[in-house]
Design a protein around this ligand. Structure first.
Ligand code: C2E
Ligand code: MG
Ligand code: MG
Ligand code: MG
Length: 286
């Protein structure tokens, strides 16, 4: 009896494995047609200076409208693409599209996410430089966002890659900072311009002493090392106030602005400042 029900559990498990593998395959094959099919787009979320609410840059975020599944989150399909060579095709399209977008803006940078596999690709630096040079965009207007995972495995090689990119004038940001494994020793060695505090810590600030302490530590660390610090996922005016007291230099989140299509980003970029409901006056007067 016990044996039989045990086998039943195993069979159910196998079936659900099959199903998830089938699902992954369908996502993969769907994704491989997505570029040619025009199913991909980028949205852009402003990154603003905390004091003046001036927009210093926009993060480019990938969107996929699948004919089969509807809108699928990059948090779901990027990891699948990352397990195949698809990530390179997607990444090339993202960079190309982001470079076209930044040209329409008066001076802001575009911040582009690169997954660990992209970052470790043979001749990553050469390919990025080639694309950016061909576009005519100055590297100073391109920020490369990587996570701690990308630099963790082979710190020596990562340091070299980042050094070469920075030499060319690119901005480098460490995304989701605080959630990965980078040691402070590594942070010191890397050529970084910007630390992005993971949104989970911003979210926790009002509730837990621990999150607040971590946010403060990251801000101190960034400032002491001459880096810009961006708080991600700022959703309330209370968080803005707390981050102001803590001395955080830059903000990104729904409270400031949601990710938006290129047209709207162009309009905001030209206006140069964000007006939130609470701070519209400050934003436009500055
Ligand atoms: P990320 O790079 O950390 O991007 C920030 C995510 O937080 C975005 O989710 C953004 O829409 C969301 N966000 C921004 N403000 C708020 C807020 O106030 N509250 C909340 N709850 N969320 C906020 P999104 O666009 O779904 O992207 C998820 C992740 O997918 C990104 O996290 C990034 O790791 C990856 N991703 C997105 N686009 C690309 C891409 O072009 N290439 C690569 N390799 N990865 C990408
Ligand atoms: Mg990012
Ligand atoms: Mg992030
Ligand atoms: Mg994130």
């Amino acid at each position: 009896e016990a044996k039989r029900s045990g086998r039943g559990v195993v069979r159910a498990f196998d079936e659900s494995m099959d199903e998830s593998i089938r699902f992954r395959r369908r996502i993969e094959s769907g994704l491989s047609n997505a570029i040619a099919g025009g199913e991909l787009s980028l949205v852009y979320q402003p990154i603003v200076a905390r004091e003046t609410l001036e927009i210093t840059g926009f993060e480019a975020l990938l969107r996929w409208h699948s004919p089969e599944y509807g809108m699928i989150s990059p948090a779901m399909f990027i990891p699948i693409a990352e397990e195949s060579n698809l990530i390179h095709e997607l990444g090339d399209w993202v960079l190309e599209t982001a470079l076209a977008a930044v040209k329409a803006w008066p001076g802001q940078y575009v911040s582009v996410n690169f997954s660990p596999r992209q970052f470790r690709r043979q001749n990553f630096v050469g390919q990025v430089i080639e694309r950016v040079q061909r576009s005519g965009v100055s590297p100073s207007r391109v920020q490369i966002e990587i996570t701690e995972t990308a630099i963790f495995d082979d710190a020596e090689r990562a340091a070299d890659t980042l050094y070469r990119l920075r030499q060319m004038g690119f901005r480098i940001a460490l995304d989701d900072f605080g959630t990965g494994y980078s040691s402070l020793y590594n942070i010191r060695k890397f050529a970084l311009d910007c630390l992005k505090i993971d949104r989970s810590f911003i979210d926790g600030m009002g509730r837990e002493r621990e999150s607040m302490a971590i946010v403060q530590s990251i801000i101190h660390l960034g400032r002491a090392l001459g880096m810009e610090v961006v708080a991600e996922g700022v959703e309330t005016q209370a968080q803005v106030e707390t981050l102001r007291v803590a001395g955080c230099s830059h903000l990104q989140g729904y409270h400031l602005a949601r990710p938006m299509p290129q047209d709207d980003a162009d309009t905001l970029a030209t206006a140069r400042f964000i007006g939130t409901s609470d701070e519209a006056a400050t934003g436009t007067a500055a």
